[in-house]
Design a protein around this ligand. Structure first.
Ligand code: SAM
Length: 580
């Protein structure tokens, strides 16, 4: 079967033998495997992931020809992600050749939502799969690329993909030995590559195609980048803070082979804002798909995959999340988010109020934004799970920062105890959640977000919350806050399901930490010091993404294949510079 795009009226690969075409055009065209011999970290960048066939062919050859310590990183852009079952069908002709590789790739395949998604396929093979228009995303790529696979549909059918954005990225990411290959021989493609520092050659095309192009960064040009040598060797790392920010960072760093010790001041982990028994993993919706949206959208996929893997151990409950469009601001924002974030209908859609009862179990008086894979986990259990194989030391007193290659401050509301964090504009926001005994006639099936939020009944209990009080910093349980939480929920419930005060079974109050612009602060501080703090109300997502970011910064010596605008926006420098 030949898979064809209706959008572009073109085929994904040659009907004769797509894999042979990949070998000829992209591998031979980039002088592979010869060019990766002796290179411990090799990065291929492709335009147009499609079915992943090019990736599978490259992985197969890498496995056969690379030494055990070598790592292949495959970066690819895709604006129209195919569904996993469509990919599986399209790859049927190579089911025997690639066997488990297809399943392994698909088991890591992201939700079809915009974002920079990292897939750890094996310890030696990783993918950064960027679901977005290449023109929107590639200006943010700034990492050394060894070989370019310029796929994408024919330039005549998809001229947008072969743009100045692409060609200038090729120069920005080039080192002296960077190569490129494409099935196309179009004049403007040839000129675009040549005008950005490459020496381009015409070559015989595959099969019935007459010509194709190959290119090498020109010896006469000064290369902007050095090749990456190796994924850094194991470092000794101290993480301060046993809440979500600290445990997530510790987890990803330990996964990369670093020697991590986690320090927690209290006698138990997750004793503060990360200790709630239930927490929603929820993006912070923005109207545009801007820098902050890239962060939250990417975080949603990473967190969802991780939580799914941990499953029952962290009470993973993907019951769906219904965000009520219940005020004017949301009426303006959320329908636009639905479009600009470009999440597939399977993962985000607007539900008219007439359909609300079917979806969430009660009739709502407004439309909603529905995330079918949304849900909740136990943040408390998550923190414990993340560091179950990591050394944990209770108490900060004995830490000698100079004994570590990296020290990460993830100390939440204790930020004032650390002079290293001075200058980062942090504050706390008090939040109280309330647990109530679910009435027998309760019908709610999903999470509801209406300004406050509530969970469906689980083990006979509903959790609702959370107050948002910047002006208070006590953590006493306040009966009035419990009443406020219940009243907000009751305003949605049919009268017969109303919660009474005597159904309250408990509550928990803690201080979240947020920075002045309410975006988390993640990145390099100074010397060997890093920070992951200010995770606020969306901490389940932002702490996971923060951990991934710190792992990339530390493991790849700063050459991270993550969007530069996101890294800059996260970095503590945004506060430290302003103060300087
Ligand atoms: N390399 C693929 C494979 O191994 O199956 C085949 C790629 S197919 C010829 C081209 C791909 O580019 C399609 O999946 C298409 O959706 C994607 N594409 C087209 N225009 C794009 C754009 N502006 N940004 C990102 N991806 C785009």
């Amino acid at each position: 079967m030949t898979i064809r795009s209706a959008e572009f009226d073109d085929i994904y690969f040659s009907p004769d033998d797509g894999a042979a075409e990949t070998e000829y055009v992209f591998l031979r065209g980039n002088n592979l495997p010869q060019n990766w011999i002796g290179r411990d970290y090799f990065t291929i960048c492709e335009t147009g992931f499609g079915t992943g066939l090019n990736f599978l062919v490259a992985w197969d050859l890498f496995e056969k020809t690379a030494a055990p310590q070598q790592h292949l990183h495959f970066i690819s852009f895709e604006k129209f992600p195919l569904a996993p079952d469509v990919i599986k069908d399209a790859l049927t002709p190579w089911a025997e050749r690639f066997g488990h590789k297809i399943d392994q790739m698909l088991s890591q395949y992201p939700l079809r939502i915009n974002g920079w998604h990292r897939l750890d396929i094996t310890p030696n093979i990783s993918i950064t799969l960027i679901f977005d228009d290449v023109n929107n995303a590639i200006p943010q790529l700034d990492t050394p690329i060894d070989a370019w696979f310029l796929d994408g549909f024919a330039p005549s059918k998809n001229p947008d993909m072969w743009s100045e954005n692409l060609f200038s990225a090729m120069r920005r990411c080039a080192h002296q030995h960077t190569t490129a290959a494409t099935f196309s021989a179009a004049g403007f493609v040839k000129r675009g590559i040549a005008e950005h520092g490459f020496t381009v050659r015409k070559d015989k095309g595959y099969g019935r195609k007459r010509d194709m192009l190959t290119a090498t960064f020109s010896a006469d040009e000064t290369a902007p980048k050095q090749p990456l040598t190796a994924k850094s060797t194991s470092k000794k790392i101290a993480v301060l803070g046993g809440g979500l920010g600290g445990t997530a960072a510790a987890y990803f760093l330990a996964q990369s082979g670093h020697d991590v010790t986690l320090f927690e001041q209290e006698n138990t982990l997750a004793s503060k804002a990360s200790g709630n028994p239930r927490g929603l993993y929820n993006p912070r919706f923005r109207k545009e798909y801007d820098t902050e949206s890239i962060f939250y959208s990417s975080a949603y996929n990473s967190a969802y995959k991780l939580f799914k893997e941990f499953g029952d151990e962290i009470d993973f409950t993907p019951c769906g999340t219904v965000h009520l469009i219940n005020d004017e601001k949301k009426q303006i924002r959320l329908p636009v988010t639905r479009v600009t974030w470009n999440w597939h209908d399977d993962h985000m859609r607007i539900i008219p109020k007439a359909e609300s009862k079917d979806i969430c179990g009660i009739e709502l008086n407004c439309d909603s934004l529905f995330l079918p894979d949304g849900g909740f986990v136990s943040p408390h259990k998550l923190c414990h799970k993340l560091v179950q194989n990591i050394k944990v030391v209770h108490g900060y007193k004995d830490i000698d920062y100079s004994a570590y290659n990296a020290v990460i401050f993830a100390v939440g509301a204790s930020f004032m105890d650390f002079p290293e964090l001075e200058g980062i504009d942090l504050h706390t926001i008090r939040g109280q959640i309330t647990s109530v005994k679910a009435p027998n006639n309760n019908t709610i099936k999903t999470l509801l977000c209406y300004g406050g939020y509530s969970t469906p009944a689980c083990d006979g209990e509903i959790t609702c919350g959370s107050t948002f009080q910047r002006w208070r910093n006590d953590t006493d349980i306040d009966p009035k806050d419990n009443r406020d939480n219940i009243n907000l929920l009751n305003a949605l419930l049919p009268p017969e399901q109303h919660i009474q005060e005597d159904q309250i079974t408990g509550g928990r109050t803690s201080l979240r930490t947020a920075s002045q612009d309410l975006f988390p602060v993640v990145g390099h501080l100074k010397d060997n010091m890093y920070v992951s703090i200010g995770h606020g109300s969306h901490g389940l997502l932002s702490s996971v993404m923060g951990g991934l970011v710190l792992n990339d910064l530390i493991s790849l010596n700063g050459q991270t294949p993550l969007p530069q605008n996101m890294l800059n926006k996260l970095a503590p420098a945004r506060y430290l510079k302003a103060k300087a």
